[in-house]
Design a protein around this ligand. Structure first.
Ligand code: ATP
Ligand code: MG
Length: 215
């Protein structure tokens, strides 16, 4: 029996992964949203789940502390993806990475005039790539959350954040002005583990791919 570990975060990623796991015949023994355990067994004796912070998932898989992981494209871009295969887009936790500004701010005008923009974000790699490709000069301000506050208090002209319903932007008098990319969560695989544990991992990866396609 080759033990397999899957790293994922609780909340929306676990909630949307659980049905895919179920289709692959894997049922968690506890709900990470209510349990305090960080290692959760499953009905399969050889499969266990590691509950990690969303932005830490690629790190666990890169270093082989987990064989598989579920991570958003946003997180994978910031991590860089070294040591990881990304064989399946699971199509879960979908949202869009967007540029948003205060409703009074003339973003298009500022871009046209070549103004230097202050951008607050958690997603500095994605943001710098986006503005570099547009030829817009930016000062990036790294934040770890609640980006919506930054334009309100004058810390930044714009934010780069994930948007699904748009409710949080509206509640803070912000409007989305540009889409950077669509986001969904991916299955990630440790490259060395795939070679060493291929006989166990390959069927599991295929089961994830089938479950994602069947959604
Ligand atoms: P942390 O709370 O640990 O700082 P986080 O806020 O990125 O991290 P979650 O809110 O659980 O953690 O988000 C996990 C993943 O879900 C994100 O990396 C992203 O891919 C996706 N996601 C984030 N926000 C949304 C959203 N509003 N709608 C859909 N998916 C989202
Ligand atoms: Mg969050």
């Amino acid at each position: 029996m080759t033990p397999i570990t899957i790293a994922l975060s609780k909340g929306r990623i676990f909630d949307e992964t659980a049905p895919l796991l179920a289709r692959a015949g894997i049922l968690a023994e506890e709900d990470p949203d209510t349990s305090r355990r960080l290692v959760i067994g499953t009905n399969r004796r050889d499969v266990r789940l590691l509950i990690v912070r969303a932005s830490d998932t690629p790190t666990y898989v890169q270093h082989g502390a987990a064989d598989l992981g579920i991570a958003g494209l946003d997180v994978l871009i910031e991590h860089g993806g070294e040591g990881l295969y990304q064989p399946v887009d699971l199509g879960i936790a979908r949202c869009r990475m967007m540029v948003a500004v205060r409703s009074g701010f003339d973003y298009e005008g500022a871009v046209r005039q070549g103004a230097r923009l202050r951008i607050a974000t958690k997603y500095v790699k994605s943001a710098s790539g986006h503005f570099a490709a547009k030829g817009v000069h930016v000062d990036l301000i790294k934040l770890y959350g609640s980006m919506e506050l930054a334009p309100i208090v004058g810390l930044a002209d714009a934010i780069v954040d994930l948007v699904s319903s748009g409710g949080t932007l509206r509640a803070n008098d912000l409007i989305a002005v540009e889409e950077i990319m669509p986001i969904s969560s991916r299955l990630i695989v440790n490259q060395a583990a795939l070679k060493l544990k291929r006989a166990t991992l390959r069927p599991l990866i295929d089961a994830f791919a089938r479950a994602a396609a069947a959604r």
